[in-house]
Design a protein around this ligand. Structure first.
Ligand code: URA
Length: 212
């Protein structure tokens, strides 16, 4: 797995505000949205395009357009939803599929409770959105799910990642024979005993949508 930690002062600035416990939900949502758009720029560096001939007002020219099938964006419910608009801003023609996954708070294992994705993902580039790569169980399970359906290129986008989560993903994805990239705004120190990223930003879903 290729890991890219976005290194940009604007990203660090927004991430610092996002981490601050005093940041309220509306501001948190706006910052997450802006951060994802900045990360999406990095994450789509490998997006597939095909050559196309066009005519400008001045001359014939050769350009590119996104190839078909379109990229598929997959937010992992619930917190990944807070990243969808920021991603769609850069990839408005991408299709969107949904994966509902929840972490068992005792075992930290990922359980799939909802899924709305094409049955056949052969040849699809997928962008998986999940704000927190903590233990890595959820993202690894999501990626395995997409690869089993035929996806052949996966990029995960997270706001924060923990070293333990990256290590677990690398281990679990050893047998996965498609390129997997991770683009994150920050790589934090560790996980605490409750599975939270330290220093982190708390529970991303709760901070986006409140405690329900
Ligand atoms: N999920 C979160 O929302 N926050 C963490 O720190 C870890 C997992």
């Amino acid at each position: 797995m290729q890991v890219h930690v976005a290194d940009h002062p604007l990203i660090s600035h927004k991430l610092t505000l996002l981490r601050d416990r005093r940041t309220d939900s509306p501001t948190f949502r706006r910052l997450a949205d802006e951060l994802v758009t900045l990360l999406a720029y990095e994450a789509t560096r490998d997006v597939r395009v095909v050559p196309v001939d066009i005519t400008t007002p001045v001359a014939e020219a050769r350009g590119v357009r996104l190839s078909v099938p379109r990229p598929l964006v997959v937010p992992i419910l619930r917190a990944g939803l807070g990243m969808l608009e920021g991603m769609q801003r850069l990839l408005p023609t991408a299709e969107v599929g949904f994966l509902g996954m929840v972490r068992n708070e005792k075992t930290f294992e990922a359980v799939t409770y909802a899924e709305r994705l094409p049955d056949d993902l052969t040849g699809r580039q997928c962008y998986v959105l999940d704000p927190m790569l903590a233990t890595g169980g959820t993202l690894a399970a999501a990626i395995d799910f997409l690869v089993t359906r035929g996806a052949d290129h996966i990029t995960a986008i997270t706001l924060l990642a923990a070293p333990e989560g990256i290590a677990r993903m690398e281990k679990e994805l050893l047998g996965v024979d498609v390129p997997v990239n991770l683009v994150t705004a920050g790589l934090d120190d560790r996980l605490n005993e409750l599975g939270y990223i330290v220093p982190g930003l708390g529970d991303a879903g709760d901070r986006l949508y409140g405690v329900v």
